[in-house]
Write a protein that binds this ligand. Sequence first.
Ligand code: FE2
Ligand code: FE2
Length: 279
Amino acid sequence: MTNTDEFKILFIGDISAKPGRQAVRDVLPEIRKKEKIDFVIANAENAAGGKGVTREILNELQSYGIDYFTAGEHVWDKKEFKEDLEDTSVPLVRPYNYENEKEIAGNGWNLIDLGNRKIIVACFLGKTFMRQDVRSPLYAFDEMYEEVKSRVGESELEETPFIVDFHAEATAEKRVFAWYVRDRVSAVLGTHTHVGTIDTMLMPGKDEKHNCAYISDVGMAGPQLASLWVDFDSVIESTKFPYKKSFKVSKSEKRIFNSVLVKIQKKSAKSIERIDKVV
Ligand SMILES: [Fe+2]
Ligand SMILES: [Fe+2]
């Protein structure tokens, strides 16, 4: 494969607890083979029991065929994972747009060298209805892009697929972010709500040769009968009563697998389509 060949990327929404990992295990190998996927990215912020992720779980998910991970506000839920992220070879980007980005463990973006190809992956948090207070993703993106330009080099950047996970609640905010960055990246793929949206589209760039693939939310890999990944009864209990109650992982027999397949040539997206399964 060379730089000019079509590059097929599969992106999986928030992998949620054990049912989510099992859905990935049961579904991904076949999709990978059938669609001849070159690179698989997944949001892993809920992969460990719904709350955070660990190094062991990343290893497990890699064994099912995932190459790289993004995250969200839950990436810090497992205390020890902060130490893991000090090792910058961990294949995960955490959100970039923190006030004190430079002091925070891990990378907010990364250039991944696959030998014959390179790819850039980045992660941002939205501001609307989100629990963590973060910087404007628009200003933060501009700043990050300058960093990417100086580290990767402008000519190489023009040829390199660039995927952004925009981890946010509000669809309106997601679309505005995507439109703002569309000339500079190959795809803006929304995560966080765990509910897939149907608005796959190519956003045309100012340069007519460039398109940016977009979806408001990819969805998740996780239990079907659940609120996010949480058992309904435990949510109802904590909604009705003020007592502290821990959320339980839903025991739903059916599990969903939500993903999008994005085809990219050089840096421009050619197509985006949903691939969803129920197992
Ligand atoms: Fe999530
Ligand atoms: Fe989230």
